[in-house]
Design a protein around this ligand. Sequence first.
Ligand code: F6R
Ligand code: MG
Ligand code: MG
Length: 371
Amino acid sequence: MESKKPGKKNQITVSVIKADVGGYVGHSSSHPDILERASQLMDHAATEGVVTDFRVTSVGDDLNLIMTHCRGTDSRVIHKLAWDVFMECTRLAKELKLYGAGQDMLADAFSGNVKGMGPGVAEMSFVERKSEPIIIFAADKCAPGAWNLPLFQMFGNPFNTIGLVIDPAMHEGFKFEVHDVHKGRDIFLSCPEDMYDLLVLIGSPENYIIKNVYRKTGEIAAASSTQKLALIAGRYVGKDDPVMIIRCQSGLPAVGEVLEPFAFPHLVSGWMRGSHYGPLMPVAQPDATPARFDGPPRVIALGFQINNGRLVGPRDMFADQSFDLARQHANEAADFLRRHGPFEPHRLGLKDMEYTTLPQVLEKLLGKGKK
Ligand code: F6R
Ligand code: MG
Ligand code: MG
């Protein structure tokens, strides 16, 4: 598939790599000094020609590095750059005594690729079109399966994307690459032909996560981060707070079709202590500051036009009145769910609590019962 060919001629690569290097205050936001330090380091990397262009942003307590370059996906150079930036920001976070400093940095030393080391990664390579609009989504206080429903809506559901019905360039549908989180394998399913099979899997976002979406020609259309921190670390280390990249227009979903799924603030797992279902609230970047019960979970959408590998933008796509109602619905759903307190189904089911701190409490309790 196109996204996996490293550094192919005429291709540019967009890499979005993120980590929680420390929160300000608690897990609610990123400290301005951290963002400034990351920008300085990335600026230096751009001057040295390591990346073509970059943007540094944050959603909640997550630091996001958006990069363009010609080194292909899984580039050691790009992953090492991101790792070094996160390590330096961790050092600063510790100096400032920010909360949970270095939370996502699970390894002591870089070993070639940040995947599996803590940070989340979404990457894709493609030949830049005559005009190349992309949207980068980043979320806080939720797991990577949060993208399943919106990705299906964008690329598989004609009730969301009218282009699937009326645009001859889209009428064939799209191919989905689904990652089986537990078995570590990938499954390819096409829409519309395999739609029901696809829904069998992706309707369970804790277990199956849409990793990439392709045109039937094999051209990459969407890429998400699929790392699950809890499975990497084997213990609770926070939620994964995913990112994704979507290419738009001209035979791909229009910008408005890509944003449309977020008008419904669907329920995602995460929120307080990574242990609750809550609505995913679409917000402008300055509002990506989870507060109530460490939430509700937030998503931002940054739009760019790519011009010869350079990032023109961002436009803050959810900073628009057309998402006011979604935010209101999210607050209402949050209020309704909160009234369940510690009860399921607001709290995750026991199986999904496996990687939280609950098993430690259970063990103590059940131990007592035995006596
Ligand atoms: C969720 C999250 C927070 C923390 C919570 C408790 O992803 O990061 O909700 O789980 O604030 O944090 P600790 O255990 O560090 O006090
Ligand atoms: Mg955190
Ligand atoms: Mg976070």
